[in-house]
Design a protein around this ligand. Structure first.
Ligand SMILES: NC(=O)C1=CN([C@@H]2O[C@H](COP(=O)(O)OP(=O)(O)OC[C@H]3O[C@@H](n4cnc5c(N)ncnc54)[C@H](O)[C@@H]3O)[C@@H](O)[C@H]2O)C=CC1
Ligand SMILES: O=C(O)C(=O)COP(=O)(O)O
Length: 613
């Protein structure tokens, strides 16, 4: 995930470290943020936290070959490593020297990348740390002409001072159309019948197919592509249900789609179409266990990412007839091995990752903008925190993001997210805290990035929230303390009326509630639902809800200690003696699944959840 670093110009950076200076810095930050909203932000100040110099000044560039006769102008050089539309190339050529070198071997890319200011790729080129290191000193922008950036090492790009931009909506309709094409052609056996007829076989009864009308389609991942597939499938007369714990309930209602739980979706569906991103929680989410729950004869479409399916399990499910057919555009390894049982299976229809449009110029515009020093809304690893805010607000900014990240990981079930409320408790007057844009942006980043293919920066935060249907309201609560040293007393994030995978995080009002404070400059979690805790937000977090009784800390500590998991912080909070209590445990390492299960197996423990920060 991208690191948060200085970005905006710092006209007010000289403010002193006194409370008055702090107030001045906050006001200055607010001004910067407001101007960031109005104008496209210069990204020439994109800096690296590493000691290495910023890649701001490129070495000697090629000279313009535009034949204009004037003094030669240096033009940026752009390497296009995978096929881009003519429309996109035309946009680039107006501004840069463009070289298209499709299908380069990794060694060639390594050897050549340092000669370019920008590199444009699609999903087939791995932009590894090595590539980014090789490009250091010149390479300033990586453009991913598409949505998924799983082929770009974002952390390495950030460290190399290289901005990564993508084209998050350019492929939405193309992917949705491809999904529908696969759905319909699979149902009517188009590819199998086509191959048979070309081989001289006229087999009308063998390939008769199934009808779509009246069938139930489950959309797994109701984001940009998933909701477009839903609209189209409804037009085909299908009954559409969807599973997406983080989807806006309002949008589902507006499209006429029922949001249901994972199990309900896969057990009710005749067709299942996958549209979730590949993230740790979705990796191989379709496995022996989930195939086992599906209707016999179910049909599966995947235009998302191959890794969300355990491909060996899918072959088993196809062989047993549990899954009647699958239509796949994406694979765990691309291209898949020539002898892949899945690809060769007679009930499987395959396309070679074709779900993207090539006519869009969105990525070319984003790359040109970035080369000109503008921060586009599609920047993936844009730094968030203005320099002048770093000293004072930095821990609050980090707290805001962490509360968002924790809150979204607690969401479960079928209700979708209905609303988000951020409550700032502060002793400062409204004028001193008159622009919470940065904190709101960080909460949004925390809520959105772990579960979607959207990357949030300062420019696009409010837009991203809106696009995902997150209604974020804010409230400022006056804190009585006269000591106004700290900008904020606490930040609370509430997800209203939402289901949680950890019931202990639900407040009396039915909301997921998390609250945090900054202590000694470090963000702390101080409230989970109705339970007061106090745990530093570093590393990862385990939350357990248990019956309040002696010996619990020892039991859990023992299990973690035996497995070499270091506990960084531990805190217990309870409502009443002898009733329920919550244990919040900060851990440096991610415990193995069996370790967590062992904790869950302690009789007094009623529920537990592991959360990544
Ligand atoms: N085959 C192709 O050529 C193309 C593939 N894609 C892929 O399609 C996928 C979806 O893309 P977009 O719709 O643009 O992304 P998106 O971020 O708009 O939507 C993804 C949705 O999945 C949901 N989600 C996250 N975890 C989930 C879970 N455990 N269960 C159910 N839903 C979950 C998110 O809340 C989000 O609403 C991405 O993996 C993308 O890379 C996109 C375009 C073209
Ligand atoms: O946009 C995406 O996520 C895609 O999967 C499209 O990939 P592509 O650009 O066609 O290699």
């Amino acid at each position: 995930m991208a690191a948060s670093r200085a970005l905006l110009p710092t006209p007010h950076a000289a403010a002193a470290a006194s409370p008055a200076g702090a107030r001045a810095r906050l006001a200055a930050a607010s001004a910067s943020l407001r101007s960031a909203a109005r104008v496209r932000v210069r990204c020439a100040t994109l800096s690296s936290p590493a000691p290495a110099p910023v890649a701001a000044e490129a070495p000697a560039r090629r000279i313009s070959r535009d034949g204009s006769g004037g003094a030669p102008r240096p033009k940026p050089a752009v390497l296009v490593a995978e096929k881009l539309s003519e429309a996109g190339l035309a946009v680039l050529r107006e501004f840069a020297d463009v070289e298209c070198a499709y299908g380069m071997a990794p060694a060639d890319l390594l050897a050549r990348v340092a000669q370019f200011d920008a590199l444009i790729v699609r999903s087939g080129t791995k932009v590894t740390r090595e590539v980014l290191e090789a490009g250091r000193g010149r390479l300033r922008v990586v453009g991913r002409a598409g949505v998924g950036i799983d082929n770009v090492d974002l952390q390495a790009a950030t460290e190399a001072g290289c901005l990564v931009v993508n084209a998050p909506t350019a492929n939405t309709v193309a992917a949705a159309e491809h999904g529908i094409a696969l759905l319909a052609s699979m149902a009517r056996n188009v590819s199998q019948a086509d191959a048979a007829l070309k081989a001289g076989k006229w087999q009308r009864s063998k390939y008769v197919g199934v009808s779509l009308v009246g069938k139930t389609l489950a959309i797994m991942g109701f984001g940009k592509v998933g909701s477009e597939v839903a609209r189209r499938a409804k037009g085909l007369g299908m009954h559409v249900i969807a599973h997406d714990p983080y989807a806006p309930a309002d949008r589902a209602r507006a499209i006429g789609v029922e949001l249901v739980s994972f199990d309900e979706a896969i057990t009710r569906a005749d067709f299942i179409s996958l549209h979730m991103p590949l993230i740790p929680t979705t990796s191989k989410i379709f496995n022996d266990e989930s195939f086992g729950k599906m209707k016999t004869g179910v049909r599966i479409i995947n235009v998302a990412r191959g890794g969300v399916i355990d491909e060996d399990a899918l072959v088993r499910a196809l062989d047993s007839g549990k899954v009647a057919q699958a239509a796949l555009d994406v694979f765990t390894v691309e291209p898949p091995p020539k002898d892949s049982k899945l690809v060769l299976h007679e009930n499987v229809t395959v396309t070679p990752h074709l779900g993207a449009s090539t006519v869009e110029a969105q990525i070319a515009e984003a790359v040109v903008g970035a080369l000109k020093g503008e921060l586009a809304a599609t920047a993936v690893n844009a730094p968030m925190v203005p320099a002048e805010v770093m000293s004072e607000l930095a821990p609050y900014v980090s707290l805001a993001e962490k509360l968002g990240r924790l809150a979204v990981q607690l969401v479960a079930g079928e209700s979708g997210i209905k609303g988000v409320k951020v409550v700032y408790t502060t002793a400062r007057g409204p004028d001193d805290l008159d622009d919470t844009r940065l904190l709101r942006a960080m909460v949004t980043k925390g809520l959105v990035e772990p579960v979607s293919s959207t990357f949030v920066n300062l420019v696009n935060a409010d837009y991203s929230a809106k696009q995902r249907g997150l209604r974020i309201t804010e409230e400022r609560v006056a804190h009585d303390s006269p000591a106004a040293e700290a900008p904020l007393e606490s930040i609370q994030v509430r997800l209203s009326q939402v289901q949680s995978k950890f019931a202990g995080a639900i407040s009396d009002g039915g909301d997921i509630v998390l609250e945090g404070r900054v202590k000694y400059g470090v963000p702390h979690l101080t409230l989970v639902g109705p339970y007061e805790v106090d745990v530093s937000l570093e590393g990862n977090l385990i939350l357990c809800r248990q019956i309040d009784q002696p010996g619990m800390i020892g039991k859990v500590g023992n299990i973690l200690g035996q497995r070499n998991v270091n506990i960084s912080f531990m805190s217990v909070g309870r409502t009443f003696r002898g009733k329920q209590a919550i244990m919040a445990i900060g851990v440096d390492e991610e415990p193995e699944k069996e370790t967590l299960e062992k904790i869950g197996g302690i009789p007094a423990i009623e529920e537990f959840v592991f959360l990544e920060l």
